[in-house]
Design a protein around this ligand. Structure first.
Ligand code: FAD
Length: 499
């Protein structure tokens, strides 16, 4: 409530925030978390009897405070598929900046609620070049294993993979990759693979095999509320206020930090505004959420001593999407698991790693679909716009051309080998590349720049960043295992020395 005093406040309940909360609680410290999205475990089922709708039938539950859906694949056979919905605190935010839409999870569990669960540890050499100030030996000996274990990362059973109709699209993806000489690999995931096999044999309710992804999974995926946050709750030392948005953090008159929280309803109206005092504050609102807060707080004089690295070094992990049109003899399946389990690795030669992704349309599309992660050097900055009172991002859509060029090192070659062409109907009319979005925002409060080498913000004792904002724009693979492992490393040091 208003006027409350807490030892530690964590803003956001995604990967970084959940690691911080669990480890602090295990060290005996009481932690309060605030989350602007909903606690989906308490939300009433929708008209389909489920908490989360299928990816093929978005409704009011799907999008964060929009009046029209903004599906990542906006078109099918060239026809626009978005539709009007009532404004609601839905699970997926498509946050629009001038040059890019940044997709993020909203709710207790952050991105874990909406993501594909692909849990990839980067090659050590790539990690070392991305975060050179971090001891890579320690990361690979201790913190990556710790993160993988706590997240529940596993691999698809290769025998089942070969026989299930739900991964025909991945097997076609493998065939096409290998015929062009590319390395193809299984990719680990936090989805419960035994549960998925049980879905296939009909003994449990279907989730991944029933087109659930993007707008939440009802069963099977090990989201943060089932892993880190469940363990945190079991300590009895962690409380979470959902539908609470942090809007200000400033030094308190009697020490600590005064944090302003707006409690909102599911339509987005502010119900009450509270101020709490926290001894220490962890920014874990995600790359965009943390960067926006810090840039605004520095510019408006609440935290003027933050350094000029705040807001810098933001990247899109080089995300670009594309579909290929297959021949009639290469169907990808009218049923497809929503959980990707394989990828094509052309990072060293061409700067691209591509997930073989599902297109779970419920009918045969003869399409192979991919989300590529590329080694783009483009970085944008957040800045406070005093005219609008909002934070802008300097990303330009044209910068995605670099990523497209790298992704083409894979797909142009596959098309030549297979005698196939790109799909032009998935992102508009006659538009090949999905270059308008990212699922992987990273940076904005980069480690060892805006913060010290453990996430302590320069300029203020007791303020920390512990999420994707620490990572300078790219992880070479899907990011959440790296975000989690880095948070494990940083919180261990912070507990040992600051508390
Ligand atoms: P987040 O998980 O984004 O958590 C931040 C939380 O803070 C959110 O819950 C947010 O609502 C809350 N918040 C923000 N601002 C405030 C505020 N002011 N006050 C209170 N709360 C606030 N990564 C992978 O590794 N593998 C994948 O397969 C994968 N697939 C993805 C698919 C999709 C569709 C999307 C959108 C992302 C995917 N990602 C994937 C990316 C991954 O989910 C993110 O990198 C990860 O969630 C970032 O973790 P984080 O801790 O930085 O922040």
């Amino acid at each position: 409530g208003n006027g409350a005093q807490v030892p530690v406040l964590v803003i956001g309940t995604g990967y970084g925030g959940s690691v911080a909360a669990l480890r602090l609680a295990q060290a005996g410290i009481n932690v309060h978390m605030v989350e602007m999205g909903q606690d989906w475990s308490t939300v009433a089922p929708g008209p389909d009897g489920k908490i989360h709708p299928k990816v093929t039938s978005p409704d009011y539950r799907s999008f964060w405070m929009r009046t029209r859906t903004k599906q990542p694949l906006s078109n099918f056979l060239g026809f626009p598929i978005d539709k009007d919905v009532p404004k609601y605190a839905g699970i997926l935010d498509a946050e629009d900046f001038a040059g890019i839409s940044v997709y993020q999870g909203r709710g207790v569990g952050g991105g874990s609620l909406v993501n594909g669960g692909m849990a990839v540890t980067p090659k050590r050499a790539n990690f070392a070049s991305i975060l050179p100030s971090v001891d890579a030996a320690e990361m690979y000996a201790t913190y990556y294993p710790r993160a993988n274990a706590a997240l529940g990362v596993g691999l698809v059973d290769p025998d089942w993979f070969e026989r299930t109709s739900y991964y025909q699209y991945s097997r076609v993806g493998r065939k096409h990759a290998q015929r062009s000489g590319f390395a193809w690999t299984f990719v680990p995931d936090v989805y419960d693979w035994d549960y998925m096999e049980a879905e296939d044999n009909g003994s449990v309710p279907k989730s991944a095999l029933a087109q659930e992804i993007l707008y939440g999974n009802n069963y099977g995926k090990r989201t943060l509320p089932k892993t880190y946050l469940a363990q945190a709750a079991a300590t009895g030392k962690v409380t979470i206020s959902s539908l609470h948005r942090a809007t200000s953090v400033r030094p308190g008159a009697a020490g600590g930090y005064d944090v302003v929280l707006e409690q909102i309803n599911t339509a987005g109206d502010v119900v009450t505004t509270k101020t709490v005092n926290a001894g220490k504050v962890f920014f874990a609102a995600g790359s965009v959420g943390t960067s926006k807060l810090l840039v605004m707080l520095k510019a408006t004089g609440a935290l003027p001593a933050l350094n000029s690295e705040v807001g810098q070094g933001w990247g899109d992990n080089g995300n670009v999407m594309v579909g290929r049109a297959n021949h009639m003899w290469d169907p990808t399946g009218d049923v497809q698991s929503t959980i990707p389990c394989s990828g094509i690795d052309n990072w060293d030669a061409g700067g691209a790693f591509a997930e073989v992704a599902p297109l779970p349309a419920g009918l045969e599309t003869f399409a192979s679909f991919y989300l590529a992660i590329t080694k783009t050097q483009r970085r944008a900055a957040f800045s406070y716009n005093s005219a609008t009172g909002k934070v802008d991002l300097s990303w330009q859509t044209a910068w995605k051309q670099d990523s497209i060029t790298m992704a083409k090192t894979i797909f142009d070659k596959i098309n030549r080998t297979e005698g196939t062409i790109y799909r032009t109907d998935l992102f508009g009319t006659n538009k090949i590349w999905g270059d308008h979005l990212t699922y992987h925002p990273l940076g904005g409060a980069v480690l060892n720049k805006a913060t010290d080498n453990y996430g302590r913000l320069h300029g203020y004792d007791g303020l920390y960043v512990i999420d994707g904002a620490l990572i300078p724009g790219n992880t070479s693979v899907n990011p959440f295992v790296t975000i989690t492992a880095l948070a494990e490393r940083n919180i261990e040091r912070i507990i040992a020395t600051d508390l």
